[in-house]
Design a protein. Structure first.
Length: 169
């Protein structure tokens, strides 16, 4: 539970807008979230998704996260893990006291509601992290070493000093 003691390290305005627009007003799910002057929505996502909910989450109750099934036009692998908001997520792979349920809904499959899903998807003992690792491996290329700062990759370019261009843009 040490995680709960961590302070939020976001600028005030960013944290405030994040909570208001994404949680309180649910702008992203409702197609009202503005990025670079244009509204974006969950329905704009068409790539396979791995979505995790926790059975006893007080911040994002699992049935509210389960709604992703009819908010996107994509394959959704939905995993429901035992535990709550923090412990359900951070449970290490060696932890034996937890379980999860997982099922993939193909983009063209018939939607089933959360109560029916819970009745029909059997629990698996252990941590959900190994399931996620398998899902990622099935959609990833061959493992490779990450580039290192100051070392010239094959194309002759060096990586910029930290924090990097992606942060400065």
């Amino acid at each position: 539970m040490a995680w709960n003691a961590d302070a939020t390290r976001l600028p005030y305005r960013m944290h405030s807008e994040y909570l208001r627009k994404l949680f309180l007003d649910n702008d992203f799910a409702e197609g009202r979230y503005i990025v670079e002057g244009r509204p974006i929505s969950l329905s704009d996502i068409h790539t396979p998704m791995f979505v995790v909910g926790t059975l006893r989450d007080h911040v994002a109750p699992w049935k509210s996260t389960y709604k992703i099934h009819f908010k996107v036009d994509a394959d959704v692998t939905y995993l429901l893990t035992s535990g709550g908001h923090n412990t359900g997520i951070v449970v290490p792979p060696t932890e034996a006291r937890h379980s999860y349920r997982v099922k993939t809904k193909a983009v063209d499959a018939v939607y089933i509601g959360p109560d029916e899903w819970l009745k029909t998807v059997q629990p698996v003992e252990g941590s959900w992290w190994l399931e996620w690792t398998k899902w990622l491996a099935a959609r990833s290329g061959e493992p490779s070493e990450p580039p290192r700062i100051g070392i010239k990759p094959v194309d002759g370019q060096t990586l910029p000093d930290a924090p990097g261009d992606c942060v400065r843009q």
